[in-house]
Design a protein around this ligand. Sequence first.
Ligand SMILES: *Cc1c(COP(=O)(O)O)cnc(C)c1O
Length: 395
Amino acid sequence: MSNTLSKTTKSAVMNTYGRFPLTIVKGKGSYVWSDSGEKYLDYTSGIATCNLGHVPAQVQAALQEQLDTLWHVSNLYHIPIQEKLATILTENSIFDAAFFSNSGAEANEAAIKLAKKYAKDQGNVERTEIVTFKQSFHGRTGTTLAATAQEKIHKGFTPIAPGFRYLPYNDIEALQEIHNGRTTAVLLELVQGEGGVNPVQQAWVTELAAICKENDILLMLDEIQTGMGRTGTLFAYEQFGIEPDVITLAKGLGSGFPIGAVLAKDKVAATFTPGTHGSTFGGNPLAATAGYATVKTMLTDKISEHVQMLSEYFFSKLNELKEIYPEIKQVKGKGLLIGLEMEKGAGTYITALREKNVLALSAGEHVLRILPPLTTTTEEINEFLKQFVEVMNEK
Ligand SMILES: *Cc1c(COP(=O)(O)O)cnc(C)c1O
């Protein structure tokens, strides 16, 4: 996607994003409005972040109250709302403790530090490597870009941080290479988001989990995109019969307020002792308030069940379209993390949809990525489908 703005107008913001030619100034529920007053159906959700839709009332009310009370104190003091957020996350998962960061990459940074120190605490000093998988995406910081096994993310940033080994995803044979005496952890997504909406295969991940358990290798899941109800359960691991030691969260956790988290079992969490890790802002009163109100609303409103119901409907309709339009090669994903593998580049469909007031994303060259708010409705899905069919008919 070319950045038309930067070529014609001088911007004081660094040119790191290929921005769409659209300025959004307002949002509510599944819709956003542009600076010229145009209304769009937002099936990007701020990249799987506004999972409760734009400006959800419960989170808005909680944040407004917190804005009047206290914004920030640093993690040198006890923060009750941070405790409440950690409690609701651990009570609704298999984990025992949380660490809070400000973003996804920082959550993965914390998980990577945990894995390295865990091995040393266990006396396994030779275990310094973390295995990640081809086409993964784990972030843009120095270490998380090294964890990301994609050439295009590394380009220009050598020397790449050491300590990662890349194996092919969903490849049963390659699992033999996991335990080589130097591996402390594996880190993976259960549906690769940025890498093309590639779901993990059940047999492969079952085997992977077994190998990890047998050899005391930590199973760490990057649930930054798959978590917070996106795939039809609060966390995606619940659907695979596996027990990760660590998961990372961000995106949907704060409904758009920046927050990330690492959730870990006690045996791993114990590795972090005072002074080993920290963050000035991580889990501050405002962020933790957004997080707690988001999780609470998701549970009270039974968002996961809603996602399962809508997902079944959406997938069945998209599969019907695949039978009609051969340029739809594949319909893939889980819950409301949906990828359409298209014949042509995804950009052409994104532009055509935007011209019909519908926003969608890509995931790699040929995958059109659809990320509706989890609060969307059958009517809104029908609206998307109607516009999408028009785009297909015009081609
Ligand atoms: C978005 C994303 C990240 C990075 O999160 P940031 O908040 O942008 O740092 C990491 N992993 C996955 C799976 C993601 O989708």
